[in-house]
Write a protein that binds this ligand. Structure first.
Ligand code: PGA
Length: 256
């Protein structure tokens, strides 16, 4: 595992985007696993800039998102209403800014009639395309990867997961509050790739930003491997793992 510390969020974002861009240039038909949350937004905007100004070509790229809230999905007819889906987030922050083909985009479908069946098919589709070449990851305030809340086993697969109160509080502050949605109206469940699914990806790019993540990333990287901090699974990741932190997020690490 490589651990890279950048001075600030902008440097982290530009550097992370350069790693994704290298993959897209090296393997134009690569499969990328995207993540949502505030952290990757800077990287997504930099990828959009590379597309616009330097012609970075996503036309053959396939994407799979990590997770989605259960019960909501993008409504392209009225995208600015109360829809806080991760599908909408991805369209706004990345997909509408690059030339990825609609048919190559996969985001767990929050309105699936049979979510369990949908999750099984999602896994099958990832496998049928040869697996994920690079998975973008963050870390939640409770140590989650995707929406794998504390207690999720390391061999968990794509499934429905109940969100815990820390995640609901964090995502309320980061997204729902601004959209005028009350905490009570927020979804309580999500579809998420499992830790086992993530561990099968070929490379991982984990982004961690800000002082508020300093304690939890220290636990994930240097603490015991534990399902209480599901992102600690990075310690047993067999592919090529790169963790990029800004200085504030790295401030509690002992072994830099
Ligand atoms: P954040 O979320 O980037 O908004 O901090 C990360 C996560 O919950 O995995």
């Amino acid at each position: 595992m490589k651990i890279i510390v950048k001075d600030n969020y902008e440097d982290l974002s530009v550097f992370a985007a350069s790693i994704v861009a290298d993959l897209v240039k090296r393997k134009p038909n690569c499969v990328i696993g995207f993540a949502t949350g505030s952290t990757p937004i800077g990287m997504y905007h930099e990828l959009a800039r590379l597309h616009k100004e330097e012609g970075l070509d996503f036309s053959q790229v396939t994407s799979f998102n990590l997770d989605e809230y259960l019960g909501i999905s993008i409504d392209l007819e009225k995208p600015y209403e109360m829809d806080q889906s991760y599908a909408r987030f991805m369209y706004e922050e990345l997909f509408s800014r690059i030339n990825i083909k609609q048919e190559n985009i996969n985001v767990p479908y929050g309105l699936a009639e049979n979510p369990d069946q949908f999750c099984r098919q999602y896994e099958e589709k990832i496998k049928s395309l040869g697996g994920i070449d690079m998975q973008i990851l963050g870390i939640g305030g409770d140590g989650h990867w995707g929406f794998n809340e504390p207690g999720s086993s390391f061999d968990s697969r794509t499934r429905v997961e109940k969100l815990n109160s820390k995640t609901i509080d964090d995502n309320y502050e980061a997204f729902y509050k601004k959209a005028g949605v009350s905490k009570e109206e927020m979804p309580r469940y999500a579809l998420t790739m499992g830790i086992g699914t993530i561990l099968e990806t070929k490379s991982a790019l984990m982004l961690v930003n800000g002082e508020k993540k300093a304690d939890i990333i220290q636990k994930a990287l240097e603490g015991p491997l534990s399902t209480e901090v599901t992102a600690s699974a990075i310690q047993i990741y067999k592919g090529d793992a790169t963790v990029i932190l800004d200085k504030a997020a790295a401030s509690k690490l002992k072994n830099i």
